[in-house]
Design a protein around this ligand. Structure first.
Ligand code: ADP
Length: 415
């Protein structure tokens, strides 16, 4: 049997049948025809030269001209179309040839169809992957944009809140001064209200400061003022500062001295105090009355590790990363009581992201370990802070590195 000649003979019938099989309306029928004609031409060329790769060009075009919806849909794939074209060929051959001839033709065409299927499947896989990657990239860009607008919003909100807050604080202070010469009875009535205004505005000031810090950290604009610090001193100062709250909540704070806690390192005193204040106020907030908070640590090569542990409600494994994201508080905000040191007293969820930003700006890292969340059993949490053991001003460090480099260059050596 001359396969090429047989194919040529079957062409008009196949073209009709294939257009019917694939097209779903007159317009698609019209636009499909030239494609099918080209396909058949290439099939003939492949069979004539015994080289199936002639068909690759049209298959490539078909696969890559599919839209994302085509690729995502289950039924319309090029593989499916190829299957339909092969079925039509079989139908036409059976109608026009003897059964034996039809089978012989199909047998002859088998390697070509096999190649087409394999090639189309490969390309389709690639096209799907490409589309998926593009889609993921789009989502990533969208998330980045959202994060950027969240961060812009924080910075604008913090800025806008500062001015009215300053006004409230200013007028309240003036009112307090103006009360001095007034009748003592009136004064004793008004003084507690004023106190309330002061407490409220102080809390807003803290939140505004936190928002400002978050936006500085987000925009990589946190500047550290390096100076000699002793971590032990920071812990003891915080213990004094928090003593009234600890007493009120019947909590004990135990500070262990450890190699490293009494060692002088370079760091930003105020910022490091802020880190440990945030960790300690959290430990207070999330530990029921009567619980225990412990600070200890150890000296590691090049680092000091501090551990702040509590006997509190603990943190679920799935939340242990998230709490370091801004507004990454756990649970429903409505169920939190407000108040900075009350049990489970919520805040805006900025304490840990700020602590993380500060620790990372120092070149360190922070993480938490906890067996899980359980308000009954109180498994506790341990926050780890790893700080570089910096014994010189960071700039001086850079300076000495440059000095070494300079010395090498002077001697004509490679570093
Ligand atoms: P905030 O306390 O203002 O909500 P933070 O950033 O300080 O925000 O903490 C984020 C969340 O991490 C808290 O809402 C709380 O769910 C959880 N968390 C932090 N510290 C502890 C702790 N010591 N024990 C249990 N949960 C904690």
């Amino acid at each position: 049997m001359n396969v090429v000649q047989t194919l040529k003979d079957l062409y008009p019938d196949w073209l009709e049948a294939a257009s019917d099989a694939l097209a779903q309306g007159d317009t698609t029928r019209q636009s499909l025809r030239p494609q099918l004609e080209r396909f058949y031409e290439l099939l003939l060329q492949s069979v004539e030269t015994e080289d199936p790769t002639w068909l690759d060009s049209i298959l490539y075009l078909w696969v890559w001209s599919q839209t994302v919806t085509d690729l995502n849909s289950e039924d319309i794939t090029i593989i499916g179309a190829l299957q339909a074209l092969l079925d039509t060929m079989l139908d036409v051959a059976r109608a026009r040839l003897t059964e034996a001839e039809a089978l012989q033709l199909m047998e002859a065409l088998r390697p070509y169809w096999f190649h087409m299927m394999e090639y189309a499947a490969n390309q389709e896989m690639r096209a799907r992957l490409d589309h998926t990657v593009a889609e993921l990239e789009r989502i990533q860009r969208e998330l980045e944009r959202l994060d950027k607008s969240k961060s812009d919003f924080i910075s604008v909100a913090a800025h806008e809140l500062k001015t009215p807050l300053t006004l409230i604080e200013g007028y309240a202070a003036m009112l307090r001064d103006a009360l001095e010469p007034i009748d003592p009875q009136l004064k004793s009535q008004i003084a507690p209200m004023l106190e309330g205004i002061f407490r409220g505005s102080e809390r807003i000031r803290e939140i505004v400061d936190d928002l400002t810090d978050v936006s500085l950290i987000d925009n990589n604009m946190l500047k550290l003022a390096y100076q000699p610090v002793w971590l032990g001193q920071i812990f003891r100062a915080l213990a004094d500062e928090l003593a009234p709250v600890l007493e009120e909540r019947h909590l004990t704070l135990k500070i262990h001295r450890f190699p490293g806690s009494e060692r002088m390192i370079f760091g930003d005193l105020e910022r490091l105090r802020q880190v440990f204040r945030n960790l300690l106020t959290n430990a207070i907030k999330y530990t029921p009355d009567g619980g225990k908070i412990t600070i200890d640590g150890r000296l590691l090569p090049g680092f000091i590790e501090v551990r702040v542990s509590d006997t509190g409600i603990g943190i679920a494994p799935e939340d242990q990363q998230r709490i370091f994201d801004k507004f990454g508080r756990v649970g429903d905000p409505r169920t939190h009581s407000s108040g900075k040191t009350r049990f489970k007293g919520g805040g805006p969820g900025l304490g840990l992201p700020i602590a993380k930003g500060i620790v990372e700006a120092h070149g360190g890292s922070i993480w938490v370990e906890s067996p899980g969340y359980d308000e009954e059993k109180c498994p506790g949490s341990t926050f780890h802070v790893l700080l570089p053991l910096r014994e010189e001003q960071p700039d001086a460090e850079k300076g000495s590195l440059f000095a070494k480099l300079a010395a090498y260059i002077k001697k004509g050596e490679q570093p």
